[in-house]
Design a protein around this ligand. Structure first.
Ligand code: DP6
Length: 324
């Protein structure tokens, strides 16, 4: 049979309302919904080919052959694609990131969104956006938010069918910028998957999950009304709540470095002084500074002057995962 190939591009995303903890770890059904924006300047481009001659699935990232856990995760994902389609051959997967690998920017969301689209297409399927988002979720939860365009909400849902992301505003609806301050380039010692599984050991997780619907509503309205201060307040609060859970899990996860905290406090002061900006962190020490595009040019040099800040990556808002 002929080689079947497809390629896709997807962007990473940064969450305003965070995903932390699952009601089903295997299906990646989250305990609470989440909201994010896609990072348009950054992307992963992935090409998938199903071939007769392969004796196992293979994975290359940025030109380098990958083995170990990352390969197993991709193989398990390709297995899901094969079980959904008539394709039963092994595949080669080649991924290229346009952002520095090891910069501590989570790449699994972009990776599995691109792999879901390219893989399902190469296997002969034409998935709807919702179906593709559901599939991406199986590879990495936050990847389901990278499938639709712009501002994306992951509807927690009840089961595999109902847990998926939808776009709540297009990328040109509100021109926000993410200035990502690289605090550490070290790979995280404990990744998200292991972290989610232990979230319930924090005494704060239950109340965080219980109150998430209020913050989701607040965040949705802030985006719809382009109300920056409302978005800033609810996002910072949600981020701190997630990290409070992380820090009180067993064993505890401390992702913040002293410089992360220093930047967060500086940003809060600047906002009090009337500069529209806020900070949010995922499962790592890098700080994402969100601000309107109109102030980002003036803000960036100010951030560069904070002692210890070496590198800032700038991104606008991105569109959906697309075939190329
Ligand atoms: C802290 O989607 O990376 O970034 O499903 O195990 O791949 P897996 O987890 P992942 O978790 C993301 C956690 C977060 C918050 C968020 O992006 O919502």
């Amino acid at each position: 049979m002929a080689v079947r190939t497809a390629a896709a591009i997807a962007h990473p995303n940064i969450a305003f309302i965070k995903y932390w903890g699952n009601k089903d770890d295997l299906l990646r059904l989250p305990l609470n919904g989440s909201i994010s924006m896609n990072l348009g300047t950054l992307h992963t481009r992935t090409i998938v080919s199903f071939r007769d001659e392969l004796r196992c699935d293979t994975l290359k990232i940025n030109g380098k052959e990958i083995s170990g856990e990352a390969l197993i995760r991709v193989r398990n994902f390709l297995q899901i694609i094969r079980s959904m389609s008539t394709e039963n051959r092994f595949a080669s997967v080649e991924s290229i990131n346009n952002f520095p690998i090891g910069a501590g920017i989570a790449s699994s969301a972009a990776a599995f969104a691109a792999l879901a689209l390219a893989g399902s297409t190469a296997a002969g399927m034409e998935l709807s956006e919702a179906e593709c988002s559901r599939l991406a979720r199986r590879g990495s939860g936050s990847a389901c938010r990278s499938v639709p365009a712009g501002y994306s909400e992951w509807l927690a849902g009840e089961d595999d069918l109902s847990s998926l992301s939808v776009s709540i505003a297009a990328q040109d609806y509100w021109d926000l910028i993410d200035l990502i301050i690289i605090v550490s380039e070290n790979h995280k010692k404990v990744g998200s998957t292991a972290g989610h599984a232990l979230a319930a050991t924090s005494p704060f997780q239950h109340s965080r999950v219980l109150s998430a619907p209020e913050r989701l509503q607040e965040c949705r309205e802030a985006i719809q009304n382009r109300d920056f201060n409302r978005l800033a307040d609810v996002s910072e609060k949600d981020c701190t709540m997630m990290h409070a859970v992380m820090m009180t899990q067993k064993p505890p996860l401390f992702y913040w470095e002293p410089l992360s905290l220093e930047i967060m406090k500086t940003i809060m002061e600047w906002r009090k002084d009337g500069i529209p900006c806020f900070a949010t962190l995922d499962a790592g020490p890098n700080v994402h500074i969100i601000c309107p595009a109109s102030v980002s040019m003036a803000l960036q040099p100010r951030l560069e002057k904070i002692a210890g800040v070496k590198e800032i990556i700038r991104s606008n808002i991105g569109g959906s995962a697309v075939l190329v």
